[in-house]
Ligand binder design. Structure first.
Ligand SMILES: Cc1ncc(COP(=O)(O)O)c(C=O)c1O
Length: 431
């Protein structure tokens, strides 16, 4: 066992046995490397409903991992469940088109003013790959500028060393088995450092800049005022494409995502996670002009499971609920209640809570001020303390993601938020 080796609380016996069984036949006992981080072992879950989730030891958790972000309406939302159940009775995948695709695309285009044309895929990583392909095809260039601490999926060339970058001119380190040639296309900059971005544009032919509009894969770190606008100006000046990866922030920070919140837009937008409330679906959206080469078949985007009937049914219904019911003010209210409660509870213990907008936030132990980039975040996030706090929360029935990111859903009512705060108070007393 490579993680916290013992189950001191005795709460996870069945999960430990299930992990041992799985590990004999599944590499590491998990099917996504991110899940290797769970403690004491990657847990095994039996069911989830609303804001709650249960593991096979029958431990109940208030779930803030929310499937790593997707379940904005809570697990098993009755309307989404009904739509998927109905779709399931008509078939699964058709190797052809179905009417729900147009319905989903029309509602996305109607909701997001800067999108005219979309493609539907399976996961965020697919859409990131397609975005850089389009940018390379349109510009005839191959270099991609991205930011330290941001994440754009597990595919080459985008998965490169996430560590602090002093010089934007060297190729970033890659993981074992990854393409060094592909990684040489990537130029890294520190988030919020516009002078580095300027230097890169002066030295390289850049096809696109790709960013999370609010960095959510290393803390929750906003762009400094004017930063994205300045990047956009540089993109325009140099004929590069600005790709905004809203895989986490899309439909979570608000109906129009982080771009709507920040009032600045890119050329290509990527969605996944919250668009289908937990079903495998992602989308790329842009102008008709930028998507044209994909439509002509010149830029390849393919996939057996793309726009699967069940997933699109979930996407159509999720979008309808988000538009019709506008849960965002209530989501914001419960998130702020939780954020402020945690700040109060943790003030004497060095707990910082980073919240920018919408229903997600990060907890860490370190300086209270807003962090500008990954390097500052790393210096101001005491990992052993955070892990102890997260373990203590989990043992008491609260489950954020394994790096301390919380996703709030419409199913987290005031009662659950208050219960979370009581548990957090008990957990922080152990730190
Ligand atoms: C901002 C961002 N982009 C892309 C991805 C990749 O998405 P997926 O895991 O669906 O491939 C993620 C995953 O967490 C993400 O956070």
């Amino acid at each position: 066992m490579s993680m916290k080796e013992t189950d001191m609380s005795g709460r996870y016996g069945k999960s430990i046995a299930a992990h041992t069984r799985r590990s004999r036949v599944i590499a590491g006992g998990v099917n996504s490397n991110v899940r290797l981080m769970s403690r004491p072992v990657p847990l095994t879950f039996s069911r989830a409903h609303g804001a709650l989730i249960w593991d096979i030891d029958d431990n109940e958790y208030i779930d803030y991992a929310a499937g790593m972000g997707p379940t904005i309406l809570g697990h098993n939302h009755p309307r989404v469940l009904a739509a998927v159940t109905k779709a399931m009775q008509s078939g699964q995948c058709f190797a052809g088109q179905h009417e729900l695709e147009a319905e989903f695309a029309e509602s996305l285009v109607a909701t997001i003013p800067w999108i005219e044309n979309i493609r539907i895929g399976l996961a965020g990583s697919d859409m990131d790959l397609l975005a850089i392909r389009i940018a390379k095809a349109v510009t005839g260039r191959s270099n991609i500028l991205r930011f330290t601490g941001h994440y754009h999926g597990w595919i080459d060339p985008l998965l490169v060393g996430a560590g602090p970058t002093k010089s934007p001119f060297g190729s970033p380190p890659v993981g074992l088995g990854q393409s060094v040639a592909a990684a040489s296309e990537i130029v890294m900059c520190e988030w919020n450092d516009i002078s580095l971005v300027e230097q890169v544009f002066a030295a390289h032919q850049i096809a696109c800049v790709i960013m999370e509009p609010i960095m959510c894969n290393t803390g929750v770190i906003p762009p400094q005022p004017g930063f994205i606008e300045a990047v956009k100006v540089l993109c325009k000046k140099h004929g590069a494409i600005l790709v905004i990866d809203e895989v986490i922030t899309g439909f979570r920070v608000g109906l129009t995502g982080a771009q709507g919140h920040l009032n600045v837009t890119g050329d290509i937008t990527l969605y996944a996670k919250a668009i289908a409330n937990g079903y495998p679906m992602a989308a790329i959206g842009s102008s008709r002009e930028l998507m044209a080469a994909v439509g002509r078949g010149e830029v390849n985007h393919s996939g057996t499971y793309n726009s699967g009937y069940l997933s699109v049914a979930a996407g159509v219904e999720t979008m309808k609920i988000l538009v019709e019911e506008n849960p965002y003010p209530a989501l914001q209210k419960s998130t702020v209640r939780l954020v402020e409660g945690l700040r109060k509870i943790g003030s004497g213990k060095g707990l910082a809570v980073d919240h920018v907008a919408g229903s997600l936030f990060q907890v860490r132990f370190g300086a209270q001020e807003v962090m500008p980039n990954r390097e500052h975040f790393a210096k101001n996030s005491d990992q052993p303390k955070l892990m102890k706090f997260l373990d203590s929360l989990q043992d008491r029935g609260v489950r954020p993601t394994s790096r301390g990111l919380f996703f709030v859903s419409v199913a987290h009512d005031d009662k659950l938020v208050d219960r979370t705060l009581e548990i957090a108070q008990a957990a922080i007393a152990t730190i």
